[in-house]
Design a protein around this ligand. Structure first.
Ligand SMILES: Cc1cc2nc3c(=O)[nH]c(=O)nc-3n(C[C@H](O)[C@H](O)[C@H](O)COP(=O)(O)OP(=O)(O)OC[C@H]3O[C@@H](n4cnc5c(N)ncnc54)[C@H](O)[C@@H]3O)c2cc1C
Length: 398
């Protein structure tokens, strides 16, 4: 398939292509519909939207974490089920795994993130299970499903994903010994009081939390720690570290140390004025942003505004990202909400227990509803800080 599009100065409608239909890409594609005079195409490897924030639920058997994209995308968004293999910025073409290609006038790069199981830890790549993509989570679920009820499980990584995975598994498998190997402090991104709340709730569920435990080797049925101790582990879940797809780097675009597309504050690629970044796979100028839905969706909204402004010849505004905190589910019935300042540094306020679990569930559900609503009513999405106008918010020529 080849799609031919307008070039600047042409009377044909511009074609905006979005790569990746995750939180950022799906929102961006829907939001682009604000301009009725453009063609919009989104490329994604699957016909479903993956609620990555629920992948630990899929692993534990408490949720399925997918929603049909057909029901989520607006009627003017054309979905291409394929994988982008290269961006040719000279011909403005996205090459696809199927052998076909799509030509664009404007390109939004929203390929998200993935797990990073380190090759430097012997046995990790062979035996540990990441859970950051749908297929990873499905593979682990299939493994866990056939384990005896009391089979021990080790979860590596004391960050938010590790906490959510360990607690969900412990709640669903009360006869199993679930150990969380933090490799440092538990929940390093939250304040002390919130951390204590997380620890209390993990302990109630029977999770054994090993703060300083660093994994030195993973085997088929155990993990070895750097202090020489060994722990039985019928399934080792790896949640420490995130990586990103290498599509931008492979396409010769400037990326940061982990492969995210480097952009300016308008989310325009530093190499190419027709390419824009959104979500986990982008590294905008300014302070480092935590990979999260909380950042991915505002980044998508900003990238979309930049594209629409460029098409209309309007002024382009710079990103203003504002965090509010972390919502951590701890099993189905507990949670901790840790408040953060606008720059994502922790505040001391937190909310724990069932109310936090309820709020977390509501946030996960609302996010998907917001994307769907954007499909029906483009421009309706609002985010924290969207209406604030900080001193740094400048306009640049469109
Ligand atoms: C278990 C777990 C729990 C989490 N919990 C939270 C949480 O509570 N709160 C929070 O804010 N964040 C959470 N996160 C992180 C959050 O899921 C990500 O930050 C978010 O998904 C980023 O959105 P995105 O749109 O940038 O990328 P993604 O959601 O990863 O979407 C990227 C899309 O691009 C597609 N894609 C990739 N490569 C290509 C290609 N070459 N061609 C075409 N398509 C491609 C992918 O298949 C995917 O559909 C969690 C993550 C995990 C794994």
């Amino acid at each position: 398939m080849s799609v031919h599009n307008a070039r600047p100065g042409s009377v044909r409608k511009p074609h905006v292509v979005v790569i990746g239909a995750g939180y950022a890409g799906a929102l961006a594609a829907n939001r682009l519909q604000q301009n009725r005079d453009i063609h919009i195409t989104i490329i994604n490897p699957r016909p479903v939207f993956v609620e990555r924030v629920r992948l630990h639920e899929l692993v534990a058997g408490t949720g399925n974490a997918t929603v049909e994209l057909a029901g989520l995308l607006g009627e003017r968004v054309r979905l291409v089920i394929d994988t982008a293999t290269r961006i040719n910025s000279t011909t403005r073409t996205v090459e696809l795994e199927s052998g076909s290609h799509v030509t664009y006038d404007y390109l939004i790069y929203a390929v998200g993130s993935t797990g990073a199981v380190p090759a430097s830890v012997p046995g990790a790549v062979e035996y540990a299970y990441p859970i950051s993509e749908l297929e990873h989570a499905e593979r682990l679920r299939a493994t866990i499903d056939v384990l005896p009820d009391n089979a021990p499980i080790c979860v590596v990584g004391g960050g938010l994903t590790g906490i959510e995975a360990a607690s969900e598994l412990a709640e669903q498998r009360p006869h199993a010994k679930v150990t969380l190997l933090c490799g440092g402090i538990l929940a390093p991104s939250v304040g002390e009081k919130a951390r204590a709340s997380v620890l209390r709730q993990l302990t109630k569920l029977g999770v054994i939390v090993e703060d300083e435990a660093v994994v030195a080797e993973v085997g088929p049925d155990r993990v070895r720690l750097s202090d020489g101790h060994s722990l039985p582990s019928a399934a080792t879940v790896w949640t420490a570290g995130f990586g990103v797809p290498d599509l931008a780097a492979r396409s010769g675009l400037t990326t940061d140390g982990i492969g995210r597309l480097v952009t300016d504050e308008t989310l325009t690629s530093v190499d190419d004025p027709w390419i824009f970044g959104a979500g986990d796979a982008s590294a905008p100028a300014g302070p480092q942003l935590r990979m999260s839905c909380q950042a991915a969706m505002p980044l998508a909204a900003r990238a979309t505004s930049t594209v629409l402004a460029r098409i209309a010849g309007d002024e382009v505004k710079v990103l203003h990202q504002s965090f509010v905190g972390s919502n951590i589910s701890i099993g189905r019935r507990h949670g901790t909400i840790a408040a953060a300042r606008q720059d994502d540094s922790p505040r001391s306020f937190y909310l724990g227990g069932r109310l936090a679990a309820f709020v977390k569930e509501m946030v996960c559900t609302t996010v998907v509803k917001q994307i769907a609503k954007e499909g029906r009513r483009p421009g309706s999405y609002r985010w924290p800080g969207a209406t604030k106008r900080p001193a740094s918010l400048d306009s640049v020529a469109g």
